[in-house]
Design a protein around this ligand. Structure first.
Ligand code: PEP
Ligand code: MN
Length: 475
């Protein structure tokens, strides 16, 4: 397919200076020939076992005939923006559901996530005085790594739920069977989600003159809502001032936005089937999302997930906990970004505040010493999951804030750029994480605990995080 032909009507407005396309194909000499299926010769952790090979082949062949969800020209535009963030001139905002679900899908759900991300980006742009790169954990965030392969309830043991792209949540043997055709359904839902996002990003919804209208209905009544309202009024005044002095505030810069998608690169048959060769550059791109990341549990150096990602042209992320040593991180950089291209690799740090203060300085030092190009971003939620006495998996706002503070403190000490944040959040009024100015407590978790996997920040909690970061970056 010719990727660039699609760019003008895409989610992406501009393509500028930095020529990331000129990079030679990324094959790490030590690791041999790459192909979209070379991962099959490696050990793939967290991969579902399908009991019917013909059924799997059928689903993969269907996906191979489907059109790409994103296009190489868009992917390169994201890479260019990330390259700037890598040089300290940009901030990456990633957010969305822990797991998308077939049942939860509807236009309002997509719109609510999209608009809280817009709100957050506006607050962050103002605070950091930097471009904010908006990436949704959307249109493909279906597959989940699990700590236990099986789930036991009473004396019944069944395979764990691994996300709707693999099996179903209901606790029956039939629902928990790995069904390859779920991949095709996930593809079609992702196509719908992307269609909505493209319309919102470029069709007038994201026009900055509508910034008052982005406030979420339920947030409106909260402290964060009125804080956003005041903030929006300030931005409105600046816009009126710009207009008065002759700036064209109806141009694309104000009327449209770039919006990108990302998900965990976990289910390799799906990713492989959507990996296509770009006819303009001859490079392979995984056209399931603009950016893909490898999770903490699948980032083994000799594993299938690193093998797959090292050959694709997309910007990549990798999640790291305190278990990651400096040597390991340097090896990850060499494998995932062999040409050391700025913007290609984002390190997503998720450790919990205490471990982060202890471990992150050594990791940054190693990267600085070896001159590796990376973007450091904070995932302040995955290191802070706990179970309440009444059985809910939750996260406390105080712990999330403490990890963010630690992340910014360490980067300040080390002279490195705190390049972004990665959150599990939704625009909806869920009660899954406790604390913040929202009034969610352990007792009210049951009210609207809707997540299909990990607990998400609700719209007002997510906005509060944006204000906290913006304040920190203004310093
Ligand atoms: C996730 O992002 O949902 C996830 C599973 O993260 P991690 O790999 O950091 O555990
Ligand atoms: Mn999660």
């Amino acid at each position: 397919f010719s990727a660039d032909a699609f760019t003008p009507t895409s989610l992406v407005r501009t393509s500028t200076a930095l020529n990331v396309a000129a990079e030679p194909p990324s094959t790490s000499a030590a690791s041999g020939e790459w192909s979209p299926e070379s991962w099959k010769s490696k050990v793939a952790s967290q991969m579902p076992v399908y009991d019917d090979e013909a059924e799997l082949d059928d689903a993969v062949n269907r996906l191979k005939r489907c059109s790409p969800l994103v296009f190489a020209g868009e992917v390169r535009a994201l890479h260019e923006q990330l390259a700037r963030a890598c040089h300290g001139q940009g901030f990456l905002l990633m957010g969305g559901d822990c797991a998308e679900a077939f049942n939860e899908f509807n236009v309002d759900h997509v719109r609510d996530s999209f608009r809280v991300i817009l709100q957050m980006a506006l607050v962050l742009t103002f605070g950091s005085a930097m471009p904010v790169i908006k990436v949704g954990r959307m249109a493909g965030q279906f597959a989940k790594p699990r700590s236990e392969p099986d789930e036991v309830r009473g004396d019944v043991s069944l395979p764990s739920y691994r996300g709707d792209i693999i099996n179903s949540e209901e606790f029956t043997a039939e629902a928990r069977r790995n069904n390859p055709h779920n991949m095709v359904e996930a593809y079609h839902q992702s196509a719908q989600t992307l269609n909505i996002l493209r319309a919102f990003a470029t069709g007038g919804y994201a026009d900055i003159s509508r910034l008052q209208a982005w406030n979420l209905d339920f947030v409106e009544q909260t402290e964060e809502g009125s804080r956003y309202r005041k903030f929006a009024t300030k931005v409105d005044e600046s816009l009126r001032f710009m207009k008065a002095i002759g700036v064209d505030t109806s141009s694309d810069t104000f009327a449209k936005t770039d919006f990108f998608t990302a998900h965990e690169c976990l289910l390799l048959p799906y990713e492989q089937a959507l990996t296509r060769k770009d006819s303009t550059t001859g490079k392979w791109y995984d056209c399931s999302a603009h950016m893909l990341w490898v999770g903490e549990r699948t980032r083994e150096l000799d594993g299938a997930h690193l093998e797959f990602t090292r050959g694709i042209g997309n910007p990549l992320g990798v999640k790291i906990s305190d278990k990651c040593t400096p040597e390991e991180l340097l090896n990850i950089c060499d494998t995932m970004n062999p040409n050391n291209t700025p913007g290609k690799l984002t390190i997503i740090v998720r450790m919990g505040a205490e471990k982060l203060r202890k471990n992150l300085p050594g990791l940054i030092r190693a990267v600085q010493r070896e001159g590796k190009s990376v973007i450091w971003i904070s995932d302040p939620v995955h290191g802070n999951t706990r179970k309440t006495d009444n059985g809910f998996k939750t996260r406390d706002f105080d712990n999330i804030r403490a990890e963010l503070r630690a992340f910014f403190d360490v980067h300040e000490e080390m002279g490195s750029h705190p390049g972004g944040v990665h959150l599990e959040m939704t625009g909806e009024d869920v009660t899954e994480c406790t604390g913040g100015v929202s009034d969610v407590t352990e007792e009210t978790l049951a009210d609207r605990y809707n997540t299909y996997c990990d607990p998400r920040l609700n719209g007002s909690q997510a906005l509060e995080i944006a204000f906290l970061i913006a304040e920190r970056m203004r310093k």
